[in-house]
Design a protein around this ligand. Structure first.
Ligand SMILES: Cc1cc2nc3c(=O)[nH]c(=O)nc-3n(C[C@H](O)[C@H](O)[C@H](O)COP(=O)(O)O)c2cc1C
Length: 242
């Protein structure tokens, strides 16, 4: 299976150096986040005011491991991802370049966390609005970078998004992957916001290493892992800690 890092790790920008050590230093990361956010600190222009139209986004990284997510809430959340054939055109509740929807969605459900859904890796089928069990094997925590392991350990379920070249490359060539990445970002935000309406919190996980999981995602068609999300009932109402 190809990895997204195979494409993007090669990218360079003149004058920029990748500082890998930041991965292991929370202090250096915090300092850099300040630097990045303040890049236009002294800019000025016409003042804008008003109340934000969207509610605040907030990642959740600690989940309630005692309370089951009801089947009704989980099912309602997934139904938001379904595709409906309207006059011969497949319609979703979120956009995708060219209406191709080349992102396959996998859901890993932990044991005793969702009412009526057994532990396992499932593929979500938007046309049928069904979850198909594809593996009962446990996903190891070591798939995740060290700093993300506690998030995976307490989440109720994980969502994994894969780009499917055969559903996009013939129309867009290499740019299809770029659009697929944009599609997955839109989908992540859509999922995070709709889950929140059912009290389910989420944290996007930028990267992990699927080589460490013994399941071949590309067995029936090529798939490229893009991004994921850990989800569950928030442990604390105001959890916002990294
Ligand atoms: C593409 C992307 C990748 C992310 N990867 C991670 C991650 O690996 N681990 C993590 O804890 N948070 C991750 N996040 C969440 C961000 O850290 C978080 O959105 C940001 O700090 C702002 O905080 P907020 O979401 O609570 O507003 C990611 C977010 C995005 C959009």
């Amino acid at each position: 299976m190809k990895r997204i890092t195979d494409f993007f790790e090669k990218i360079t920008f003149e004058g920029e150096t990748f500082q890998e050590e930041m991965m292991y230093s929370p202090e250096a990361t915090a300092a850099f986040a300040k630097h990045a956010n303040e890049r236009d600190l002294y800019a000025h222009g016409i003042s804008m005011s008003g109340s934000p139209l969207a509610y605040d986004w907030k990642s959740v990284r600690k989940f309630n491991e005692e309370t089951l997510i009801s089947y009704a809430d989980f099912s309602t959340f997934l139904t938001g991802l379904q595709s409906r054939n309207i006059n011969g055109i497949y319609k979703y509740h979120y956009p995708s370049a060219g209406g191709l929807y080349p992102i396959d969605i996998f859901i890993y459900v932990k044991e005793n966390r969702i009412e009526n859904i057994k532990q396992g890796l499932y593929q979500y089928h938007p046309l049928q609005n069904t979850l198909q069990l594809v593996s009962t094997e446990k996903i190891p925590v070591t798939l995740h970078y060290y700093g993300n392991r506690h998030i995976f350990s307490s989440s109720a379920f994980s969502v994994y998004l894969f780009y499917v070249p055969s559903a996009s490359y013939p129309k867009y060539g290499g740019m299809g992957m770029f659009y697929g990445i944009l599609d997955s970002g839109i989908l992540l935000e859509f999922m995070g916001k709709s889950a929140r309406k059912k009290g389910i919190g989420s944290c996007i996980i930028g990267n992990l290493d699927f080589q460490k999981f013994n399941y071949n995602f590309s067995q029936e068609k090529e798939r490229l892992y893009l991004c994921g999300m850990e989800m569950g009932l928030p442990l604390q109402e105001n959890d916002n800690a990294e």
